[in-house]
Design a protein around this ligand. Sequence first.
Ligand SMILES: Nc1ncnc2c1ncn2[C@@H]1O[C@H](COP(=O)(O)OP(=O)(O)OP(=O)(O)O)[C@@H](O)[C@H]1O
Length: 325
Amino acid sequence: MLFVYSVLLSGMALLEVRNVFKREGETVAVNGISFVQEPFQKIGIAGETGSGKSTLLKMVAGFVQPDAGELFFNGQKILGPFDQLIPGHPGIGYLSQHFELRNNYWVNDFLDMANKLPEEEEQRIFAVCEIDHLLRRRTHQLSGGEKQRIALARLLITSPKLLILDEPFSNLDAMHKATMKRVVEEAGKQFGTSFILVSHEPADLLAWADTVFIMQAGKILQQGTAAEVYEQPVSEYAAGLLGEYSAVDATLFNKSNEQSKLLLRPQQLQLTTKESNAVEAVVAAVHYRGAYSLLELAVKEERLYLLQTDRSVQKGDTVYVRLAD
Ligand SMILES: Nc1ncnc2c1ncn2[C@@H]1O[C@H](COP(=O)(O)OP(=O)(O)OP(=O)(O)O)[C@@H](O)[C@H]1O
């Protein structure tokens, strides 16, 4: 804990990435990325497949050698696999989307091999990861979600200050996903861990991250708080990664905008009565989403999406829509 305070007092970033590049085959996988992560900051990364997320994270974890640029962890240079015999950094845990547990081990033994902590601390990690009941199983006798929590526990017992989770929730059903999210949340609170997390699921990032990065073609296209990036996307690509949106001609709502297109989230539109500023639309589809429905409205060639909890609106209805207050 003393160490954490001294880092805070010195104002030193936890992680500093300075203009890193990496070519993979014919592709420039990472094309000049810089950012700083402060202690305890939670960074969430979204980006289309092939945008360079995993390559960036592997460089941060010390598993991929950058072609150019430098990375620093607590002010010290992160060594790549060409610089040292055993790749990786002791302060950084990396849970790959393709992690594998060694087959046929007792879970207990598998975890003990990595453990450097007193018994009590180890038990606390098992409790946080909700794996107490799995310790006397073998590693091949586990579901995908259970394996993931054991892989996470194995990382946590090495006491990393930064945990990198590359799509930790993919391939998990809703229940296992909720458990894994709880575990990540608790690990952050109890062990003061900082995180970088990649997800293709907007809700996983928006509810959790302090800062969201949108990656495109090896670069960070946009970064900001979840609300900034969600509500003010810089392009249709950025908008599409974080959820539904309407891209409509600015003139439709009499907006004199420099951009010809307005990018609007479903919450930024609302139904109204026939009034001077309202736009007439026809309900093209009602997409049932459980707690609410997503209305798809047609206005000439444009499509508008908005949320409704009221079930009375039907496909084919004529409605009036305006920008929400
Ligand atoms: N070992 C490799 N050899 C050749 N090309 C690679 C290699 N690793 C990555 N690439 C290429 O580099 C680019 C970035 O890949 P990367 O895995 O970093 O993307 P990503 O954003 O993590 O994608 P995904 O969401 O699918 O995991 C892609 O075009 C990929 O095909």
